[in-house]
Design a protein around this ligand. Sequence first.
Ligand code: ATP
Length: 493
Amino acid sequence: MSVSMDVLVSLCKRRGFIFQSSEIYGGTGSCWDYGPLGVELKNNLRRVWWRDFVQVRNDVVGLDASILMHPMVWKASGHTEKFTDPMVDCRECKLRFRADQVNEQPWTHYCPATKGNKFTVPAGEGCRHCGATRTLCPECGKGELTAPRQFNLMFKTFMGPVEEEATLTYLRPETAQGIFVNFDNVLQAMRLKLPFGIAQIGKAFRNEITPGNFIFRVRELEQMEIEYFVNPHDTVEGRPADEYWHERWIEEYLAWFQRYGMQRENLRLREHDKDELSHYSKRTVDIDYRFPMGWSELMGIANRTDYDLKQHAKFSGKALTYFDEERKEHVVPYVIEPSVGVERPLLAFLVDAYREEEVRGEKRVVLRFHRELAPIKIAVLPLLKKRGEIVAIAHDIRARLARSWRAVYDDTAAIGRLYRRQDEVGTPYCVTVDVKTVGDPDKGEAGDGQVTIRERDSMEQIRVPAAELESVFAGLLGETPWPEVAARYPRTV
Ligand code: ATP
């Protein structure tokens, strides 16, 4: 049974991952702030993405384009005209819904068969008493809905001191266009050969009509996009290069999500029907995730063909082509676009990490984050905070480890409680300093200079010389699995 959204929202708030934006003023719709642990998690997600898709690859380079762009960009890309959702308004309560999503929520019904009693009927179902299906506003149950009208999702703003049509521009609704308009700059500067990708992480803004489901649909989002350019005249393994690379990117991402903790059964591929395809797309495949509210889009992988480069060439008058040395011809590359937000994978990794377990008759909540995603890598805990030497050594260890990893010190509760707190935020390792570490001068006992390392998932503990902690964690937070390290040191309970 997967975790409910309410449980996640509450854990995220309580433990400093995610807060509602401007909460003290009643909150802003669909904007969220990332707290001390949320910002670490988000940074880690961005960092592993950049490392895996840019740094280690020989065929992808990075870019950081500005959010505000020339307004012509959005004319050329089709966003001014086509980046719209059909919306309907309730004539009674004035609420606004996406026409294609209005049946995806439970609806309020005043049932004539039960003297007008009010019911909430599950999404997409008819009333059990009178058999009626929804025709009125799902929220108030009384108002008629207007016919669908197209609503542009771009946020408008003005560049400079005068608010007039000539200075109108938009907050970018996707990072992709920053890549297309820089295609020639990057190509010339880096002397790239097809196929190659340009990657970018950055904010994008969409004035979504019905935002919601926590961070799943937000108005200010962050995207991690790659535009992967291929030569449309090439074939790879007997297939057109664009089709081959489309498949490759789908596989790459399926593997990547699983590598950091999503389970295969929570992922599925969904092919867009011909009539659902965006105006630029030859083929689009979504990777859906089984979120608490049901299967929904985690990311999209589209074959955008040569549409964008051709449009920008047409609108700007600048050639955006690649010279194919072999065939001695200029070509407009095709582009495969794996496009993913930061928020949706972050939510999916949270869902897959969340576990409730029973340990010695007590409930333990644990986030089994992949070590690279975990916001805190190591918590250093003193067993007795009354003993000055224990506290001093614990602080010293934290400071040493913090040079390489996010490490925290905590002495605000008894040890069992401290472990549970770290489990609940997904900290993979705790280090405990105790009386045996420092010894007891009153009894004439010398300290052994060793500390306990506890592993989050197995809750196993080993005894390790404090001086070896850096090298032990270099292994554990690198590629060495726990059992291999644990086998080298004595176990403790
Ligand atoms: P949806 O159909 O859910 O509105 P979309 O098809 O419009 O999404 P794309 O334009 O393909 O989304 O954007 C690529 C990716 O960017 C999405 O798969 C998602 O990961 C992310 N994304 C898009 N819109 C939002 C949003 N409002 N909030 C959070 N993430 C988003």
